[in-house]
Design a protein around this ligand. Structure first.
Ligand code: AMP
Ligand code: MG
Length: 492
């Protein structure tokens, strides 16, 4: 085993997905690329997966494997089939430019999907070229790793390999492949695919697989699938609350981009909000604000309703009863969401215990931030530093904020915990840095246009410890000069 691992850089694959019914995937190898090279390797993540980071970085092994030119021992590459509602419209999708290599079993016994994204055409590519560009793959790398460091469940980024080939979007761009690590790639859309095109057995096999992988402690027996629905709703409620609390906007919350595990997935046109405004939209094609910041909790519920619909045949043999069970779980989603959000807001404000008016206190601050165009992250950052610094955002000089601050201070004074304890709670809950768009773009421009990875490395280093409040983080918290709304694009 060890000798074998040494030869294969520590790969230790299981391929449980291939034991699902065949309609769920297509076995196939990645297409080879002309000149693979390793652009970025996540050495710490590699080590935690049981991989030999040094070997992967040094030899041509890393480049060959992560570009798709060499299939590691024990892997069984496949494209996953799935469907999904895209901006409300139901479509057959599937991995059109990605392949699951298999599931790496770590030294700790955990199981993680290793997926190559940008690895060539598959039967699900439709009109796409199966490829990805270097900039967007590095962007996913930066933002997903930042999310992880913020403590938000997310897929992670193991490596980015350049292909040495050009791809064609609006312009000619360098091609790349991202190696993505996930608890699994099961999506709401995978269940929609099963419900639409599978038999009853296929749906049940998928549900049992999801339970075994993500919710192994659910009770067996009759209420099993209702418990699955409840567990997925709870994890998503907790996830979306975390997004809202850090000002993260996913941008494309289609049902194929919502995981069963409760991890954030698919970093396309996502971004962090600068000045607070619930109507903030980043995706250039989201013209109706379907996926705007303030709409994310509702859209998640909409997606979960689509998930619940797929489970109806498993919830109860009588449809009416099944619908009743599903509806009860969806109502619970909002309760869990509101509870998680309020608990998170209390922490952001340094509040211990619970008082009746805590929610109003938090909401009133948000209203003031919106009214005065205050930066979301920096407002909480400055509140966390209160007492240690005199400087604050412009918001702090306004009369209505002054009144709010009196209420906040009175609330703090009513709790037995010290100011120091409050400040510690706030600093652990309010990031000093987030991946600001202009910083991410600057890092990508250096990497893609000038082959200079140093800007990205500095950014990654500061984002790796977002609650540090270190002096080096000061410059990364500067907000961009106003230059019209930021737009990210789907042409990734
Ligand atoms: P996304 O918007 O990244 O969630 O992708 C939606 C669907 O389009 C998925 O089925 C992707 O696999 C597919 N897709 C996106 N880009 C490409 C591409 N360049 N070639 C083939 N399929 C793609
Ligand atoms: Mg997707």
């Amino acid at each position: 085993m060890n000798e074998h691992n040494a030869q294969t850089a520590g790969w230790n694959f299981d391929t449980s997905y291939t034991r699902l019914p065949e309609l769920f995937y297509t076995l196939m190898a990645p297409s080879s690329v002309r000149a693979p090279s390793l652009v970025k390797l996540n050495e710490r993540l590699a080590s935690s997966l049981g991989l030999d980071a040094k070997a992967l970085a040094k030899s041509d092994e890393g480049a060959a494997v992560f570009a798709g030119n060499r299939v590691p021992e024990g892997a069984s590459p496949l494209a996953q089939a799935y469907a999904g509602h895209q901006f409300g419209h139901f479509t057959m999708l599937g991995d059109g430019r990605a392949l699951l290599l298999g599931e790496q079993i770590t030294p700790a016994g955990d199981r993680f999907d290793i997926q190559l994204k940008g690895s060539g055409r598959t039967p699900y590519s439709r009109r796409g070229d199966g490829r990805a560009a270097l900039g967007p793959m590095l962007r996913e790398y930066i933002v997903s790793e930042a999310m992880h460091a913020l403590g938000i469940p997310t897929t992670r980024s193991l490596a980015v390999a350049a292909t040495g080939e050009k791809i064609y979007r609006e312009t000619e761009l360098p091609g790349a492949v991202l190696a993505r690590v996930a608890a699994s790639h099961l999506r709401v859309g995978t269940f929609q695919y099963a419900a639409q095109w599978g038999a009853a057995d296929d749906l049940q096999a998928l549900a049992d697989y999801a339970i075994a992988r993500h919710y192994p402690d659910l009770p067996s027996g009759d209420g099993r699938y209702a418990a699955l629905l409840q567990a997925v709703c709870s994890r998503q409620a907790a996830l979306i609350a975390k997004w809202q609390l850090v000002g993260f906007i996913h941008g494309v919350m289609n049902t194929d981009n919502m995981t069963i595990s409760g991890e954030t997935i698919d970093y396309g046109p996502c971004a962090f909000m600068d000045s607070y405004d619930p109507a903030t939209v980043f995706s250039s094609i989201d013209t109706h604000g379907r996926y705007a910041y303030g709409n994310q909790p509702n859209i998640a519920a909409w997606n979960l309703a689509r998930f619940a619909e797929t489970l109806l045949p498993l919830l109860h043999e009588e449809e009416e009863r099944a619908i009743g069970i599903a509806e009860a779980e969806l109502v619970r989603y909002f309760d869990v969401y509101r509870g998680e959000w309020l608990a998170g807001m209390r922490a952001k404000l340094g509040l211990f215990g619970e008082e009746e008016h805590d929610q109003a206190l938090a909401e009133d601050l948000l209203s003031l931030m919106q009214k005065h165009h205050a930066d979301y992250t920096n407002t909480f950052r400055a509140l966390s530093a209160e007492g240690t610094t005199e400087s604050g955002p412009m918001l702090f000089g306004t009369a209505d904020f002054g009144q709010w601050r009196e209420r906040w201070r009175a609330r703090l004074a009513r709790q037995e915990q010290s100011h120091e304890e409050s400040r510690r709670l706030m600093r652990a809950s309010n990031p000093a840095v987030i991946p600001r768009n202009h910083r991410v773009e600057e890092a990508l421009a250096a990497a893609v246009e000038r082959d200079d990875l140093s800007v990205m490395e500095r950014l990654l280093a500061t984002l790796a410890d977002p609650y540090a409040y270190s002096p080096e983080q000061e410059e990364f918290s500067v907000v961009p000069a106003p230059s019209g709304p930021y737009r990210t694009f789907c042409g990734t």
